[in-house]
Ligand binder design. Structure first.
Ligand code: SF4
Length: 330
């Protein structure tokens, strides 16, 4: 008897072209999990409104992100990709779930506390508070068993589990409508931005997956290194150097030699950065090639999105039918 695949729901807010941090922190993992799990990939355009209510670029950004997903190797046949806003059941389930959790519980959410610190309380929208509730609806609409997340997102998965438990207890059915999903910690640590801070397009410290080799080289020249190594000949400390962390990821075959020559001073930072830029350029070359193909076939990209949305809608409607039946509001 063939065992049914577990379901994974993962998504990103559409911020346009993706960067190395997205690749290492999420996308590579998503591609690796294809086949083993049934994956659904959400373009979280409603979630994007939490931090930016402007929508002029939201469609273009969604398409740009979708092209990066496809270029990185996500297979639309195996893994439907769709916009949250096009599946109205997300909003409906979010509304029902919002009745099943207290504001006190949501106020204890550590990511909300961070936002309060960054934004001041008077700038916190209702959507910030309800963010994990909408996320719970995203996951449970597809009966996600597994959610690939960074450690900082684990509290949100815990809220999803609590909501699933509460729903199943209040509205019992056999089998229970919702699974209690588990967070699957993404294997790789985050890549730091070129300035040594968290990688973010708004800060301008990223290398984009679509950057051509000359742009990668130009950007990498600005990367921070070991502050104690001022010139070639000075001994360096690879373990505190950002560029070395990029070598670790994109140039594993040469890291031992680079470590030795950095520590002895034989290798200068300029040469080291050029080598690193070349390896990153090589690693991204197949993705750039696929992006060029998709950009020349935009009708195919739109068809992929449309087909993903039809498939997602079918699952979402079936779940909402179960939800309404269990709640006797069918
Ligand atoms: S030589 Fe390379 S690893 Fe060493 S400090 Fe410079 S950039 Fe970093």
């Amino acid at each position: 008897m063939t065992q049914q695949k577990k379901t994974i729901l993962s998504g990103m807010r559409p911020t346009g072209k993706l960067h190395l941090g997205h690749l290492v922190g999420a996308l590579e993992n998503w591609v690796a999990l294809q086949g083993e799990f049934q994956n659904y990939h959400l373009i979280a355009d409603y979630h994007a409104l939490t931090t930016n209510p402007e929508t002029a670029d939201i469609y273009a950004n969604s398409i740009d992100m979708l092209i990066d997903w496809l270029s990185a190797g996500l297979d639309p046949e195996q893994s439907p990709m769709f916009r949250q806003s096009q599946i109205k059941e997300h909003a409906e389930l979010h509304l029902i779930f919002s009745m099943l959790i207290t504001t006190a519980r949501l106020e204890r959410n550590p990511t909300l506390k961070e936002q309060v610190r960054d934004l001041e309380m008077e700038n916190i929208a209702y959507g910030h508070l309800g963010y994990p509730v909408l996320q719970a609806a995203d996951i449970l609409l597809y009966k996600g068993n597994v959610v690939p997340v960074g450690e900082d997102q684990l509290p949100h998965i815990e809220i999803t589990r609590e909501i699933a438990r509460r729903f199943n207890a209040l509205y019992p059915s056999e089998p229970p409508v919702f699974p209690e999903p588990e967070g699957k910690i993404t294997k790789f640590a985050r890549l730091t931005g070129l300035d040594g801070k968290r990688m973010s397009k708004s800060v301008g410290n990223t290398i984009l997956l679509s950057d051509p080799p000359e742009v990668i080289t130009k950007k990498l020249r600005t990367a921070v290194t070991d502050p104690q190594k001022l010139r070639k000949g000075d001994p360096g400390r690879p373990d505190v150097c950002l560029v070395f962390s990029y070598h670790n990821k994109f140039n594993p075959a040469e890291t031992a030699e680079i470590r030795t020559n950095c520590e002895s001073g034989a290798l200068g930072c300029v040469d080291c950065k050029l080598r690193c830029a070349a390896r990153i350029g090589d690693a991204l070359a197949p993705m750039r090639e696929r992006r060029t193909h998709f950009e020349a076939h935009m009708d195919d990209v739109r068809d992929i999105l449309h087909s993903g949305e039809l498939r997602a809608k079918e699952i979402a409607q079936a779940t909402m039918h179960e939800v309404r039946t269990a709640m006797r509001i069918g």
